[in-house]
Design a protein around this ligand. Structure first.
Ligand code: ADP
Ligand code: MG
Length: 263
């Protein structure tokens, strides 16, 4: 559980306010509101097709929302207000910086095959943040140690197992020094015996105070690592709260049905 880790009562780090997203006539997110405090770990649960990935992708503007707002430390993601009071899309360079502050880990890790493990981790800080290469490498080695792969720094991804590659992808995401880490089913593409090592790294991050939003089907992880779980159905939040409450005590029929199907 979260013993030893205190969740700050500070102002929210991330606020999602009435977020909507349609693809053509298909409304996939129907007004989702959410707030994430510093060091909080939120689990995003729901059936396939409920809109979990779309929600995460809207958070860092991989998808442009159709309505609503997303604020990171009070600053709107993707838009700025002109001195004349007009709201307009941010320039590409400012958007890139905002995106970097919310690192995403995907189901398919897509490491660059022709770069070493360390090369994969340092590329973002050097190219996007303009960090000096030596500094990025020192940071990269620290982060590889954190995911238990310091000794693989000079290996190429193809030499690594899927679980190790996903741990490199987590180190790569951390190297951007994000304010928040977004995970989209990071263990779903892995062989079952490799899932545990990745979840352990995520649990360590959670315990050390990393702010995280995690889409997962791993119910024990949701229960052990999350401060709050949110159940999405048909593009709406149908239940939310402490994991134990939502997963075992909620009277909400949709929640009961969903969690019964996960056992
Ligand atoms: P989840 O991650 O919960 O499985 P998604 O967010 O991937 O759900 O998808 C929610 C719904 O949005 C699905 O019906 C899906 O087909 C639709 N959808 C997702 N992305 C697109 C897209 N780029 N174009 C059209 N429809 C999409
Ligand atoms: Mg998905």
């Amino acid at each position: 559980m979260n013993a030893g880790r205190t969740v700050s009562t500070d102002a929210p780090l991330l606020v999602v306010d009435n977020l909507r997203k349609s693809f053509g006539a298909h409304e996939v997110l129907k007004g989702v509101s959410l707030s994430v405090k510093p060091s909080q770990v939120i689990g995003l649960l729901g059936r396939s097709g409920s809109g979990k990935s779309t929600l995460l992708r809207c958070l860092n503007m991989l998808e442009v929302p159709s309505g609503g707002r997303i604020l990171l430390e009070g600053e709107e993601i993707g838009f700025e207000t002109t001195s004349g009071g007009r709201r307009r899309p941010l320039s590409a360079s400012r958007l890139a910086l905002q995106r970097a502050s919310m690192s995403m880990v995907f189901q398919h890790f897509n490491l660059w095959p022709h770069r070493t493990v360390l090369g994969n981790v340092v590329e973002g800080p050097v190219q996007v943040l303009g960090m000096a290469r030596e500094e990025a490498e020192a940071l990269g080695l620290d982060l590889l140690a954190r995911v238990g792969l310091r000794d693989k720094a000079d290996s190429y991804p193809i030499r690594l197992s899927g679980g190790q590659q996903q741990r490199v992808a987590i180190a790569r995401a951390l190297a951007m020094r994000p304010k928040i880490m977004l995970f989209d089913e990071p263990t779903s593409a892995l062989d079952p015996e490799l899932v545990g090592e990745v979840l352990q790294v995520m649990l360590d991050l959670a315990k050390s105070g990393t702010t995280m939003v995690v889409v997962t089907h791993e119910m024990s992880f949701a229960r052990n690592a999350c401060d709050e779980v949110v159940l999405l159905e048909g593009g709406q939040i149908v239940e939310r709260g402490a994991p134990d409450y939502v997963m075992t005590q909620s009277e909400n029929p949709r929640a009961r049905q969903f969690f019964a199907s996960q056992r």
